[in-house]
Design a protein around this ligand. Structure first.
Ligand code: G4P
Length: 527
């Protein structure tokens, strides 16, 4: 196969959702229909969770909350599908945002009873910023749900994207009868199925006027479906692939992930329409995936995936060229050539060594603590990929050593956890005290737990009253210097040594902005 063919058959995407909408269930069912796993368990089954789902961190098992991102790969209809899993808990949203820098499209799962929720809105904002093509799956149709037309209106209004229903439900909850697939022009009746297996005992009817359809749905439901479809055809435009590719039009599917219902249709349509790897934007130029030379960036670092080997794995997204085992590549940050004798491909918690990877693929690189999120690899070119920002955290705590005998371990642990992007570290200029900034409270617990279990160090948190962290810059060096002197107690360095203003209130930030009008205050680290 040529490089072009390899690229064009790749589909790299993430499933994203507000917690509880069914992201984990849908991901598992996509794997099931894709043949990557043969038995899907009820989400709560620990046995299945440990062996076949995407989450495998010890802490996740204990808490039942997904805190890690992993990659799942399978072949389906000659396409190579790479699913990048994202944390299920909103406290780890930043991890999800970073994962979105490595995908070419997304599937958003919505709970049909709840509609668009807070995290759905936030995630969509990130997708919109990056023009990521979106497919929407409205889940849990086996429960009482909102009216499908109302849901479409809500999606358009709340997510600020045009929609086109490619499937349509008949009834919901106890009267849920099935879904008409507009993409394949088939009516599929909802039956109770064996949820564990991908076997399909779904009755397909292609002619809605047939007596078979009327018998299956009943006279009134079959008429309602025909009326609904007529409305859809007049109200919603034809599916427009360029609009979808531009992230402006989202195809919508209905189904019930836990019942395996609507999942195959979603997967079939997805493989058909979802884009193959597209160009990436680096600081010096745009990079086409079809270029011969390798480029790629690290979007995630994960420690101790395998508790038996205390290794770190950096997840490298290939943007162009071919990644080959044992070939030297240029690590731009350290200006060193590096070669990798055992790069990994992933399937849930299974890893295998790969000889060659292509754009769209994710490769796991063994790391002994040299890599940071955002690091670029190339064949010599000095470049940096854009769009892997840190956002200003919402919660801040001083982090202190609770075991003086283990200060080295603590320093190493904090350093490595920050490289992974678990949270952000700010070091105050005035006294060197360290402040951890997080998006959610759970991150503090995870840091404490991991410092103890992975590094043998103990930490304590002390309260610090802060409102926001702003990265500062100015063309007016005199004003910047003046600001730094006056606000010295609130100036810190981030992990990369950049200057950050830690504002203790909205008021103090506003007065700083008013007084120092030549200084730019940024809420994300990339500007
Ligand atoms: P998440 O990753 O988005 O947080 O959601 P997850 O898949 O864990 O699903 C959240 C809950 O919704 C689970 O129930 C799951 O079984 C249920 N669910 C997923 N898809 C459907 C569906 O199509 N219909 C219905 N009725 N429920 C669905 P749980 O109570 O947390 O666990 P369980 O006891 O059901 O296993």
């Amino acid at each position: 196969m040529t490089l072009k063919q390899e690229i064009e058959r790749r589909r790299t995407f993430a499933v994203i959702a507000h917690p509880d909408a069914g992201k984990t269930t849908l991901t598992e069912k996509l794997l099931l229909f894709g043949g990557a796993i043969h038995v899907a368990g009820a989400v709560k089954s620990n046995k299945i969770r440990k062996s076949a789902t995407s989450d495998f961190m010890e802490i996740e098992r204990q808490r039942g909350i997904s805190v890690s991102t992993s990659v799942m790969t399978f072949e389906y209809r000659d396409k190579k599908i790479n699913i990048l899993d994202t944390p299920g808990h909103e406290d780890f949203a930043e991890d999800t945002y970073r994962t979105l820098t490595a995908v070419d499209s997304v599937i958003i799962v919505i709970d049909g009873a709840k509609g668009v929720e807070l995290q759905t809105r936030r995630l969509m904002e990130v997708c919109r910023m990056r023009n990521i093509p979106v497919i929407i799956f409205i889940n849990k149709l086996d429960r009482e749900s909102k009216d499908p037309f109302d849901l479409l209106d809500e999606l358009e209004k709340e997510l600020k994207i045009s929609v086109i229903p490619l499937s349509w439900p008949v009834g919901a909850g106890s009267s849920f009868k099935g879904v008409y697939n507009r993409f394949e022009r088939k009516l599929q009746l909802f039956r109770s199925v064996n949820k564990q297996k991908a076997a399909e005992d779904i009755l397909e009817i292609t002619d809605l006027e047939s007596s078979e359809a009327k018998t299956a749905l009943g006279e009134s439901d079959s008429k309602k479906l025909r009326d609904d479809l007529e409305i859809i055809e007049t109200v919603y435009p034809e599916f427009d692939k360029p609009e979808y590719d531009a992230g402006k039009l989202a195809p919508v599917f209905f189904g019930s992930a836990v019942n395996n219902f609507g999942v195959r249709e979603l997967l079939n349509c997805f493989t058909e329409i979802a884009p193959y790897p597209q160009k990436s934007i680096a600081d010096v130029r745009e990079i086409s995936p079809f270029e011969d030379k390798l480029t790629g960036f690290v979007f995630k670092i994960h420690a101790n995936l395998d508790p038996n080997h205390r290794d770190r794995i950096a997840f490298l997204k290939i943007c162009s060229g071919v990644f080959e085992r044992n070939k030297p590549y240029f690590h731009v940050a350290s200006e060193k050539q590096m070669r990798f004798s055992s790069p990994n491909a992933f399937l849930a918690d299974k890893k295998s060594i790969v000889d060659k990877s292509f754009p769209g693929d994710i490769v796991g690189l063994h790391d002994t603590g040299n890599f940071k999120i955002g690091d670029t690899f190339s064949e010599g070119e000095r470049l940096r990929f854009k769009g892997i920002p840190s956002f200003s955290p919402e919660l801040f705590r001083y982090i202190e050593n609770a075991d003086p005998m283990k200060s080295k371990q603590l320093a190493k642990g904090i350093d490595q956890l920050m490289d992974e992007g678990v949270a952000q570290l700010f070091t105050l200029k005035t006294n060197g005290r360290k402040i951890i900034g997080c998006v959610g409270m759970l991150q503090f617990d995870v840091i404490q737990y991991r410092l103890e279990h992975e590094y043998g160090a103990k930490c304590r948190y002390d309260p610090v009253h802060l409102y926001k962290a702003c990265w500062i810059e100015s063309d007016d060096s005199l004003q910047l210097e003046d600001f730094m002197v006056r606000k010295y107690n609130n100036i810190a360095s981030d992990k990369y040594g950049r200057n950050v203003f830690l504002a203790d209130s909205a008021y103090s930030l506003q007065t700083a902005k008013d007084k120092f009008d030549k200084i730019k205050f940024h809420f994300t680290s990339e500007f």
